[in-house]
Design a binder for this molecule. Sequence first.
Ligand code: ATP
Ligand code: MG
Length: 310
Amino acid sequence: MLVMLFQNISRGFASWKRVKEVLCTEPELKDGSFAQDTKIHGMIEFRDVSFAYPGSGQAVLEHISLKVNSGETVAIMGATGCGKTSLVNLIPRFYDVASGSVLVDGVDVREYKQKALREKVAVALQKSELFNVTIQENIAWGKEGAAEAEIRAAAAAAQADGFISAGTDGYDTLVAERGMSLSGGQKQRISIARAVLRQAEILIFDDAASALDLKTEANLYEALQEFCPQCTKIIVAQRIASVRRADRIIVMDQGRILLQAPMRSFLKPAGSTRISAILKWERRWRMPDKTSRIYQDICHSQMGEEVAYA
Ligand SMILES: Nc1ncnc2c1ncn2[C@@H]1O[C@H](COP(=O)(O)OP(=O)(O)OP(=O)(O)O)[C@@H](O)[C@H]1O
Ligand SMILES: [Mg+2]
């Protein structure tokens, strides 16, 4: 008995040392003091922002200037590793910029109290994090004391209500650790429901619907427009068809904004093919060769999917 007790004590001691290390770590981000209400709601501005991850000298974002107005839906596209996640992560201040500034509602994110800032921003991440509790609790994690009707409405907007209600335990179904008992698309829809539940001013989807088929994804964005029409939406996506209802498209390449333009300017005008519409649009915007090539590649490679759901 004594030997076993001794083992437990020494194991407990080692664990305590690790837990203490985490608890005593000084946060790198210094909290600001601004927590007042702002005059504007849902406006984001990047002013000549450059960024590198802490500990790595290599710039991931360079000279990004971008303004997103209240209520606007902006799509961000670009090759994998070009910095889309890094860009959107600066809005809720998961990291600090190396130079320049990020403003939310006209106030620098470094001036906000982190709690106040993050109340304004809801994020559905590229990789969804679910906990070993019921589906209802997983969704409600986004908002303390959420009513059941609210949770169901958010799940319906996220196109998750169908598969949740079809299960025998419905919203009380227990989710396995890290969502192992759910499919990729189901996990994503639960984390989308969690993000929309809060009805925050700014809604960020970082490739959050990538596992959904195009039809479900289209239904999702339509439902979302009804569920929170006023909120500013930033949608990182890989497929043009996903974001064709956005107001503006931003194409990124190697940490820079390659082009930004209103979405409607290349939507198919009557009587012409989509490709010629794109070419016309490009001539109008007089884009450099590289820009138009990358943009054309994206469009050409996705024409099939887009036509199917246009
Ligand atoms: N935590 C990190 N620490 C250091 N470097 C990172 C970190 N996260 C990403 N990077 C680097 O930053 C660059 C941009 O990554 P980011 O995740 O923003 O790309 P992305 O456009 O979101 O790609 P994807 O489409 O694959 O999600 C990459 O070169 C990546 O290696
Ligand atoms: Mg990413």
